[in-house]
Design a protein. Structure first.
Length: 73
């Protein structure tokens, strides 16, 4: 998937757990894990906005495009 998800980076910067983020955003930890691990096929703008609000960041801090076949980032 050419869209990489960097939620782990923001969690580390904010010293926040996945469980705390899920609670504050209003989604289940399982759904957050799907998004965080890059397995989600879509994300609602409302969820993205809530993530940005809680993490005090911009959407580009959480999502980035990678060319196909590029590993890591």
């Amino acid at each position: 998937m050419p869209i990489a998800v960097d939620i782990d980076v923001m969690l580390a910067k904010r010293k926040m757990s996945v469980g705390e983020l899920a609670d504050r955003v209003g989604i289940t930890p399982a759904n957050l894990a799907v998004l965080k691990n890059g397995r989600a096929k879509a994300v609602r703008f409302a969820t993205l906005a809530a993530l940005c609000e809680v993490l005090e960041c911009q959407p580009g801090d959480l999502l980035r495009w990678e060319a196909e076949g590029v590993a890591g980032g």
